[in-house]
Write a protein that binds this ligand. Structure first.
Ligand SMILES: *[C@@H]1O[C@H](CO)[C@@H](O)[C@H](O)[C@H]1NC(C)=O
Ligand SMILES: *[C@@H]1O[C@H](CO)[C@@H](O)[C@H](O)[C@H]1NC(C)=O
Length: 489
């Protein structure tokens, strides 16, 4: 159960690799960079068993993770970090909420200014230092939790809600695909791979969106919804870390008036692949369109953190499927990884099928971070989606001062503040505290032989489902409009 177990394979690989001079420093940063792995192998604070020991005993004070320049390159400290003036509240305390509104995060400046991950790590290593304190360069740490990242599936909430507006099942299918393809760019704007925090067990994240064209604050609130202070015109979102080993996140979103919801769970499984880290995103999501009693099952692409020895970048890869058992429409989408030599990044291609047809009625190609084209069976071509031309709708999160103890931003606020102001000791200590608490609680449960109880999701077969989905709270249309769904007649 030790959280560092996940490290073992990558550590051995690194240590026995021809890169041995680097191996030590790399292994301490424990499997390195990257994003959506929920395993603790990406723990910046290391704690690689047996490695901290031999050299770690005589800690010669805390190395500054920030100060050292990257191997003669420009100093890494403060690069586009603008330590600046901390945002303060009127009582003089730090405004933690404002740290999350920092839109400039993506603008990390040129990579030349950062140097590589390796030079950054080497710059910290001093004789006799405690290697467990070597930290990841802040430019690859994202200052938010993985649970919050999942909410980016709804960065274009209007695209999601529009699914329910179409009267024709074919149009609904196409819109599900369009929404799905709009879902990946918002959280991955940076060209450098960013690794969000691994949520701790029981962590929760709530947010909502005001949807363009649907006025907020005029409709009644939905007190039994996932975000009980929101109204019927707002899209609401809840995420919970439902398991730590294996790391599984569950999330759910709904819009009351449009009678549409989405429920998903993702089990992240990381694999060290030599020069990159692969994260399998195992699980599925389900779009429920209550008006038509339809469910669209979607799967997720894998993530890859490439070039982990230099400047890591992220790509998505693998096939995903979208299908509706009731109408028989289905789609397959391939996220293409970049060929080793040449080739473009972030390419996708996809095909959408009518029930029973082998030939697609719609083909899609392009890039998930750019524009995608549609080619219809009759030869017509047109723009399908251009994610850079549609505005991201900002999610709304209640202030940390009003949050429950287990909510992401409240849990991680000291880590976020530490990273934001380059106080890496503070960030590392806060993170270590959280993780230690998690370990202690796990041990305590084990000793007392009690199971962890999830709060808002429960396991159902192979899935994790929200305990009180919209379909259980509003009248359901058992009989869909016959003109839309011929098989219903
Ligand atoms: C998509 O990402 C790649 C790699 O980061 C970048 O080269 C390309 O310019 C991006 N495309 C758009 C349209 O932003
Ligand atoms: C579904 O039910 C709602 C409200 O009960 C009704 O307004 C709507 O017309 C129904 N739709 C279909 C397709 O039967």
């Amino acid at each position: 159960m030790h959280t560092s177990n996940a490290l073992a394979p990558s550590l051995f690989l690194l240590c026995s690799s021809p890169l041995s001079p680097l191996a030590l420093s790399l292994s301490v940063c424990s499997g390195l960079p990257i994003f959506s792995s929920a395993s603790d192998q990406l723990d910046a604070a290391g704690r690689a068993p047996g490695l901290g020991g031999p050299l770690g005993g005589a800690s010669s004070g805390q190395p500054s993770a920030l100060g050292a320049g990257g191997g003669g390159r420009a100093s890494m400290s403060g690069v586009s970090r603008r330590p600046g003036v901390p945002p303060l509240l009127s009582d003089g305390s730090l405004d933690y909420d404002a740290l999350y509104d920092d839109e400039d995060e993506c603008d990390i400046g040129t990579m030349e200014a950062h140097g590589s991950v390796v030079t950054h790590l080497l710059s910290q290593v001093k004789i006799g230092m405690d290697l467990t304190r070597v930290v990841l360069p802040t430019f690859i740490l994202e200052r938010r939790s993985l649970l919050e990242m999942y909410s980016d599936y709804f960065a274009h909430p209007d695209y999601f809600l529009k699914i329910a507006d179409f009267k024709d099942p074919k149009d609904r299918m196409v819109q599900v695909v369009r929404w799905y393809m709009s879902a990946y760019h918002a959280g991955r704007k940076s060209s450098v791979a960013k690794k969000p925090y691994n949520p701790i067990l029981g962590e929760l994240f709530y947010c909502h969106w005001n949807v363009p064209g649907l006025p907020a604050g005029v409709e009644p609130v939905v007190p039994d919804g996932p975000v009980p202070w929101c109204d019927r015109n707002q899209l609401t979102f809840i995420a919970e870390q439902v398991s730590h080993h294996p790391p599984i996140s569950a999330f759910y979103a709904e819009h009351y008036n449009k009678r549409i919801s989405f429920c998903a769970h993702v089990w992240t499984k990381s694999k060290f692949l030599g020069l990159s880290v692969g994260v399998h995103n195992i699980g599925q999501g389900c779009v429920s369109v209550l008006e038509y009693d339809e469910e669209y099952i979607v799967t997720f692409p894998n993530g890859y953190g490439r070039s982990i020895l230099t400047v890591p970048w992220i790509e998505l890869g693998g096939p995903v499927t979208i299908s509706c058992a009731k109408t028989g429409f289905s789609a397959t989408i391939e996220f293409h990884t970049k060929p080793f030599y040449g080739g473009r990044k972030h390419r996708i291609s996809g095909e959408v099928f009518q029930p029973g047809d082998k030939k697609a009625f719609l083909s899609i190609s392009g890039e998930w971070n750019g524009s995608m084209q549609a080619k219809w069976a009759d030869g017509r071509t047109e723009g399908f989606l251009n994610v850079n031309e549609i505005p991201i709708v900002k999610k709304i999160v209640r202030p940390i001062s009003e949050q429950d103890e287990m909510e992401s931003r409240r849990l991680w606020k000291e880590v976020t503040a530490g990273l934001r102001f380059n106080d890496i000791d503070k960030a590392t200590n806060a993170k270590t505290d959280l993780e230690q608490r998690q370990r202690d609680e796990a041990k305590d449960r084990k000793d007392r032989n009690i199971r962890w109880e999830t709060k808002s999701f429960r396991e159902l077969g192979d899935n994790w489902v929200y305990v009180s989905p919209l379909v259980n709270r509003v009248p359901k249309n058992g009989t869909a409009d016959p003109s839309c769904c011929p098989e219903q007649r």
